[in-house]
Design a protein around this ligand. Structure first.
Ligand SMILES: Nc1ncnc2c1ncn2[C@@H]1O[C@H](COP(=O)(O)OP(=O)(O)OP(=O)(O)O)[C@@H](O)[C@H]1O
Length: 478
């Protein structure tokens, strides 16, 4: 088999030579063009595993080549070399369909990483091929089919993606799917809930710290960026990031480098950023809560997840998949007469997560593996008045058992248990508080048969807060 061929397009002799030599050393065949005209000639005559083009060329812009290659229907990844500090160019190129970009002065380690990622796209990993056949995002509606197709395309680039959609509509699942279908599938996928990290710990959590950087930093620790190196970092609820952290994040994304707290040197990180929020980020920018420059950086490509009530045709496929999962490999429960109609009439403010909760609870009541309408306990919930009516979030009352991630009912008037009798003070307060927190959460979960929605309500916290604390304290479901 011949080695993959790369086309380098650059009019600066020194840089072109540097790129050529680096690529040749990687065992690749290289063709070089000094302008657009030559590049077009090469492209007309052959197939390339990667095209690497400078942005400014004597007879036009590299961007034109990006558009030509992406609209030609070929699967050739094309990356651009941007001038130092021209972040805007990088975003424009990514929006036009570039696979990735690299800034001048070119760092050879970054160049090699990028080339390797590009070449992997030509030979998808086994996991990626499987994922393409059997997506975890279920649904046969036109909206879901279009979404899956879009994800397939987005998985082939490094462009930052901003996923929008209501709570429980599958944003994290979509992000995982993009990761699983891309060249980074065999590297980590790290999801971070930006709203659940205390502000004081944020920098340490994102960038890590050196031993002794602050009181309590007993060992050196990596942050999310290092943990996701080579893979994907999902910034969930990105609108909740405090402004000070937004500045630091923007820098890390632009420079592709981070510095641990207490470290003198920066380290390179190769991370694809996917962000998600159920808020209107553009509105947050208008209100001054979110930085315009970070918004521009994160929002290169938008992926919108439709709410479940806008794709009720997916209910049969979704219920089948959820019941199969809940059966744990045994005989899945079936839906009795009228159940699908009852579900169709419901507005699902908590989307697919709520459907999962409804079915899980119904299963506990169902006899002989058949779920009946009354087992759904949808009675108290407002039903969509007529088919096709889409209630707004504000109109929709919480479903029985609580919506998955909507804020819990205020517990201001509920009596609180007395504080523990502390005749002996704890010698390590954080450790002690963790123990208390763990004990409380485990009890709440036991009391609700591990229904996390109900446990969160019981404790007056949101579903996501509970999920985050369970992850942090490593509390597993039995
Ligand atoms: N299309 C789908 N097919 C199968 N399962 C789905 C689908 N969409 C969502 N789910 C399931 O619904 C649950 C919620 O999905 P996910 O966590 O991705 O939503 P989210 O939009 O990120 O929610 P939140 O905003 O609360 O974080 C998960 O258990 C997920 O597996």
């Amino acid at each position: 088999m011949s080695s993959p061929r790369v086309l380098v397009v650059d009019d600066e002799d020194d840089l072109r030579e540097l790129l050529e030599i680096t690529l040749l050393k990687m065992g690749l065949d290289v063709d070089s063009a000094a302008d657009l005209r030559q590049a077009r000639d090469f492209l007309a005559g052959g197939d390339y595993g990667l095209v690497l083009t400078d942005m400014r060329l004597p007879d036009g812009l590299g961007l034109e080549l990006v558009r030509e290659v992406t609209s030609s229907g070929r699967a050739t990844p094309i990356a651009v070399v941007t001038a130092f500090g021209s972040a805007d160019n990088a975003v424009v190129a990514l929006k036009a369909g570039a696979f990735d970009y690299i800034s001048k002065p070119v760092q050879l380690d970054q160049l090699r990483q990028m080339v390797q990622s590009a070449l992997k796209l030509a030979t998808p990993a086994p996991a990626a091929r499987e994922a393409a056949v059997d997506s975890r995002l279920k649904g046969q509606s036109a909206a879901m089919q279009a979404l899956r197709a879009q994800i397939g395309r987005l998985a082939r680039s490094m462009a930052p993606i901003a996923i929008t959609g209501e709570s429980g509509s599958g944003k994290e699942l979509a992000a995982r799917e993009i990761h699983a279908q891309g060249a980074r599938a065999d590297k980590p996928f790290i999801a971070v809930n930006c709203g659940a990290i205390p502000e004081a710990l944020m920098e340490a959590e994102f960038f890590g710290y050196r031993k002794g950087a602050f009181t309590g930093a007993a060992d050196e620790r990596d942050g999310f960026f290092q943990a996701a190196n080579g893979g994907t970092l999902m910034l969930d609820e990105v609108a909740d990031l405090p402004l000070a952290m937004q500045v630091k994040l923007l820098r890390a994304i632009q420079e592709r480098r981070v510095r641990k707290i207490g470290a003198t040197a920066e380290e390179p990180v190769d991370v694809r950023i996917v962000s998600a929020t159920h808020q209107d980020l553009a509105r947050c920018v208008e209100q001054g809560k979110f930085r315009q420059d970070l918004f521009y950086r994160l929002n290169v490509i938008e992926l919108a997840l439709p709410p479940l009530r806008a794709r009720l045709d997916d209910l049969p496929v979704l219920t089948d998949a959820i019941l199969a999962r809940l059966s744990g490999g045994g005989q899945p429960a079936v839906l009795g007469p009228g159940v699908l109609d009852a579900l169709r009439g419901y507005s699902f403010p908590g989307n697919v997560r709520e459907l999962e909760n409804v079915l899980e609870r119904a299963l506990a009541f169902a006899n002989d593996g058949v779920i009946h309408v009354e087992d759904l306990a949808l009675k108290g919930a407002k039903l969509a008045a007529t088919e096709g009516t889409v209630p707004t979030q504000a109109e929709v009352p919480p479903p029985p058992g609580g919506p998955a991630s909507l804020p819990p009912a205020p517990a201001a008037t509920a009596p609180q248990p007395p504080l523990p009798d502390l005749t002996v003070l704890p010698s390590n307060l954080p450790e002690y508080l963790e123990r208390v927190e763990r004990e409380i959460i485990v009890r709440a979960l036991a009391q609700t048969q591990y229904n996390r929605t109900q446990a969160a309500q019981l404790l007056g916290i949101s579903f996501r807060q509970l999920r985050y604390q369970m992850q942090k304290l490593d509390i597993q479901e039995p």
